[in-house]
Ligand binder design. Structure first.
Ligand SMILES: *Cc1c(COP(=O)(O)O)cnc(C)c1O
Length: 381
């Protein structure tokens, strides 16, 4: 069994993907070619924003957003402590300071009360200037953007939505990657919408920000390619990746997102009496980048993972270390008492196979095994 079955997806979309690749090879425009422009237009339409610029990966997308807002040394950027490393890494890369904020145990996303507390504390200490929040749509579920928007307004902070896992999610029919002043996503193969290499995209409704994004994406270009007016990156999307993403975006809209939700519902129905399953607030839709359960202890989690592997069921731990425990942040000492949920989650979470090419039978089989093994663990104790 595959954790994410990209080969099954390729078989389903082979004809269109192969044709797209061949067209690019024949036309010879390998970087930011016509399919890239078509893709950007379709992505912006799907998400419901005015502008989309693709780029080389989801990490660059976040860094470009920080550069657009001129975030730098002396600035504080609030990020969840429980996320992929990139979310904080880019903050440090531009010289600013990430402030880690704990997450909610059942949505895995930013804890709003603790966010406001952290902002107040940074203001009180007076060493750093609060500039931005980077909420993450972890495992596909949009962060609590209603509340985040209020806090951002109150403290005059920019919101950069890290939608690397969130593409396709919704809050009351409004799509993920539309909730930030700038929002970003990733097309890394394992993401809900993935290409066959690295890729990313940046979304905004603001024309001025969009123009800055286009400039920073290509070496800070000005009027033309060799007029370089600011520092930028080299962060363009390959035309081949756009040709691969176009048919994938179509399948994503036609049935893949629906399938992910169908299988997530089966997981939740079958498992909710045995383990803590994800909680979806009213009006929220997840893209189910991961289906993640919460076990009672690290011992139980690790037992389950080993037993599942023996039954040929792959599972993953996202994430085994919260960000403040990463070696780069070893001297981090801000508000550590308040990061306990993130620490706890890293010891007890387990992600189960999730992709649109599963079947209900397979998901039920996985659930039966999980239930059986949890019983074994309890009896063995
Ligand atoms: C994958 C991911 C990124 C980075 O995307 P890449 O395309 O791998 O650079 C950033 N943030 C989160 C939450 C991610 O899951």
């Amino acid at each position: 069994m595959e954790f994410i079955d990209l080969k099954a997806q390729y078989q389903a979309l082979k004809k269109d993907i192969d044709e797209g690749i061949t067209d690019v090879l024949n036309c010879g425009n390998y970087i930011l070619g016509e399919p890239v422009k078509n893709l950007e237009k379709e992505l912006a339409e799907y998400v419901g924003v005015k502008y989309c610029a693709t780029c080389a990966n989801g990490t660059d997308a976040l860094q470009i957003a920080l550069m657009v807002f001129d975030i730098q040394k002396g600035d504080a950027v609030f990020v969840p402590a429980f996320t992929f490393y990139s979310t904080a890494e880019v903050v440090s890369l531009v010289g600013a300071t990430p402030i880690f904020v704990d997450v909610d145990e059942r949505t895995f996303n930013l804890d709003i009360k603790k966010l406001e507390k952290a902002i107040e504390q940074v203001i009180q200490e007076g060493k750093l200037k609060p500039k931005a929040i980077i909420p993450v749509d972890l495992f596909g579920q949009p962060a609590n953007f209603d509340e985040i928007a209020k806090i951002a307004q109150k403290y005059n902070l920019k919101v950069i939505e890290d939608g690397a896992q969130g593409f396709g999610g919704e809050i009351r029919k409004k799509k993920a990657c539309s909730f930030g002043d700038i929002s970003t996503t990733s097309f890394f193969p394992a993401k809900p919408l993935g290409c066959y290499g690295d890729g990313g995209a940046i979304f905004t409704d603001d024309e001025k920000l969009y123009e800055l994004i286009l400039s920073i994406r290509v070496h800070g270009k000005g009027e033309f390619k060799y007029d370089n007016v600011r520092l930028g990156l080299n962060s363009r999307l390959d035309t081949l990746q756009a040709a691969i993403l176009l048919p994938k975006l179509k399948a994503f809209q036609e049935y893949e997102l629906e399938k992910r939700n169908q299988f997530a519902n089966v997981y939740t129905e079958k498992l909710k009496d045995y383990v803590k399953t994800p909680i979806m607030p009213e009006g929220f839709l997840s893209s189910w980048a991961q289906y993640t359960i919460l076990l009672e202890s690290q011992e139980q989690r690790d037992f389950l993972q080993v037993k599942l592997r023996e039954a040929d069921i792959p599972s993953m731990i996202y994430y085994p270390k919260p960000l403040h425990k990463q070696v780069v942040y070893k001297d981090y000492n801000f508000n550590l008492e308040d990061l306990k949920v993130s620490e706890n989650l890293s010891q007890k979470v387990l992600s189960l196979p999730m992709h649109p090419y599963l079947t209900e039978e397979l998901v039920k089989h996985i659930c039966d095994k999980v239930i059986q093994m949890i019983g074994e663990f309890k009896n063995g104790k």
